[in-house]
Design a protein around this ligand. Structure first.
Ligand code: COA
Length: 261
């Protein structure tokens, strides 16, 4: 795999594990991480030895704690649309990947990190994992497909609740509401995730590919326009005082004081 700053890829027989490795910032997705992720998936796409991909976070605290707030805090509305479209494009490539992709969540999966897990075909978590879409607390909305994919997975009512409260839920609740398929002790997470994946990759690779293609085709009809609209609204919010306040407050480690302007 070519030189990458934030992503490592580990091979174990037919499985590739993509590790987002920026633990000092809880693996937050800056623009380089997003680009590297796209690059890695394009290379794995063409590697016939790979039958399944696991995506996980480096360090022991987080899967991914969201898009990089330091970067987002400076964006103009046009940059906001661009950032959102680019993230959506790469997450879409993951969703359309022709081999099964499993998110292995060992800690925080927040904002863009939760959206990344949603773009994977399947999710498993450690018992200390936390999921949430805290964007509204920063004066923005999910911009990497979360407004579409969360309700598709867990239903409208729960998705609206999670999005509007911005609250975190624990792994047990995530399993109860269908956000993850299984919960494992933290120390066993990666091994158990591989075992879970091998229950899938033992099946016919072409059958898996066609099953994914057919399942996701049925989801596609409204996706493009919903995603385009999500990006437009994400960009629009970058013109507000509320977004500046929300993100500045996070970076200054204080509570935000929103004015609705
Ligand atoms: N973007 C940029 N930096 C982030 C980040 C993000 N989304 N999430 C965490 N970090 C950074 C912190 O700023 C901190 O950096 P510092 O050591 O240079 O100050 C470092 O990662 C560790 O995070 P910290 O907040 O000190 O850890 P914690 O254990 O106290 O709290 C969280 C963990 C996940 C609750 C908290 O980091 C958080 O709320 N992160 C933002 C989540 C979010 O809103 N995501 C959506 C973004 S759109």
């Amino acid at each position: 795999m070519s030189d990458l700053q934030y992503i490592k890829v580990q091979w174990d027989e037919e499985l590739a594990t993509v590790v987002i490795d920026r633990p000092d910032k809880l693996n937050a997705l800056n623009s380089e991480v997003v680009q590297e992720l796209g690059h890695v998936f394009r290379e794995l796409h063409d590697d016939d030895a790979v039958r399944g991909v696991l995506v996980t976070g480096g360090g022991d605290k987080a899967f991914v704690a969201g898009a990089d707030i330091g970067e987002l805090a400076k964006m103009s509305p046009i940059a906001g649309v661009r950032v959102s479209r680019e993230g959506q494009r790469i997450f879409d490539e993951i969703e359309r990947f022709p081999k099964p992709v499993l998110a292995v969540v060992g800690g925080y999966a927040l904002g863009g990190g939760c959206e990344l897990a949603l773009a994977c075909h399947l999710r498993v978590a450690s018992d200390n994992a936390r999921f949430g879409l805290p964007e509204v607390g920063l004066g923005i909305i999910p911009g990497y497909g979360g407004t579409l994919r969360l309700s598709r997975l867990i239903g409208l009512g729960r998705a609206v609740e999670l999005t509007l409260t911005g609250a975190m839920i624990d792994a047990d609740k995530a399993e109860r509401i269908g956000l993850v398929s299984a919960v494992y002790p933290r120390a066993e997470l990666l091994d158990r995730a591989k075992e879970f994946m091998r229950g899938i990759t033992k099946n016919g690779p072409l059958a898996l590919q066609m099953a994914l293609e057919s399942i996701y085709l049925a989801q596609d009809s409204a996706s493009a326009s919903v995603l385009a609209y999500e990006s437009t609204l994400f960009g629009l919010l970058a013109s507000t005082d509320d977004m500046r306040e929300g993100m500045t407050a996070f970076l200054e480690k204080r509570r935000a004081d929103f004015k609705g302007k």
